[in-house]
Design a protein around this ligand. Structure first.
Ligand code: DGL
Length: 269
């Protein structure tokens, strides 16, 4: 039995790369819904339909646990999936909570009441759908009080990265950071709230300045998954990792190289 990792496209490979390094014996099935990416400009109902369909495909591949390695799906669909859709015996986890637990200096899974934390001014960079869901602010409010969050919807960045146009992606990141700084001149921390953005982490850090702590999800998700699997033995079995896409497998395999820094072969979902 493998653990499923889902993203609208290739961004979730930043999470897969980290979890494979942290959990080298666990087999994963990666699902890229490339035919429908980007999700970040879609309506919540549409994101819910697409995410449940992809998650069902991962269940059909034998996964009992699926990680939504996509903030947009985590923000727009996860709660509704858990409340009204999830089949018996299956689990779906998102990527927001590990990040917020790290930001608010909590142990994984600490559900104690919200409290004051060191960081007070936080910049959130994410897709338009993630920003409009306000899911990040909601999850943060369960854990911390007095944190001011300024969110910047980073239109166009995911498309540029999926197309492999890193020059355009860099120009867009710099203009989104400028826009954020006009609203919040001195953030203490910045959240890269999209799994595509770690590829642009150096650009975010450079544009924000060295005094801003940039939080990126991949390693945090890997640590929290390791902790989860230790507490739920038997979910992960043995075997080879596999890669599925709803897009053109050859094209998607070619575009995946910068994310994984090695060749991987996608097959048709
Ligand atoms: N990687 C997805 C995320 O974390 C990308 C969203 C998209 O497809 O627009 O939000």
């Amino acid at each position: 039995m493998a653990v499923g990792i889902f993203d609208s496209g290739l961004g979730g490979l930043t999470v897969l790369d980290a979890v494979q390094k942290r959990l080298p014996d666990v087999p994963f099935v990666y699902f890229a819904d490339s035919a429908h990416a980007p999700y970040g400009v879609r309506k919540a109902d549409d994101i819910f339909e697409l995410t449940t369909r992809a998650t069902q495909s991962l269940f059909d591949e034998g996964c009992d646990l699926v990680i939504l390695a996509c903030n947009t799906a985590s923000a727009a669909a996860l709660r509704r999936m858990q409340e009204s859709w999830l089949p018996q015996g299956k689990r779906v986890l998102g990527v927001f909570v590990p990040l917020i637990e790290a930001l608010t200096e909590r142990q994984w899974g600490d559900n104690s009441p919200p409290r004051e934390v060191a960081v007070q001014h936080v910049a959130l960079f994410a897709t338009p759908a993630t920003v409009s869901s306000r899911a990040f602010q909601r999850e943060l409010a369960f854990r911390a009080v007095g944190v001011d969050v300024e969110a910047q919807a980073c239109g166009g960045v995911v498309d540029a990265i999926e197309e492999g146009d890193m020059i355009l992606a860099e120009a867009l990141v710099r203009s989104h950071v400028d826009a954020l700084k006009r609203k919040m001149p001195h953030p203490q921390a910045a959240i890269l709230g999209c799994t595509h953005y770690p590829l642009m982490e150096d650009v975010f850090q450079d544009a924000l300045g060295p005094e801003v702590e940039v939080y990126s999800q991949a390693n945090l998700v890997a640590e929290s998954l390791a902790d989860y699997l230790a507490r739920h033995p038997g979910i992960a079995g043995t075997g080879e990792s596999r890669f599925l896409t709803t897009g053109d497998p050859r094209r998607v395999s070619g575009r995946a190289v910068p994310f994984m820094k090695r060749d991987i072969q996608f097959r048709q979902a």
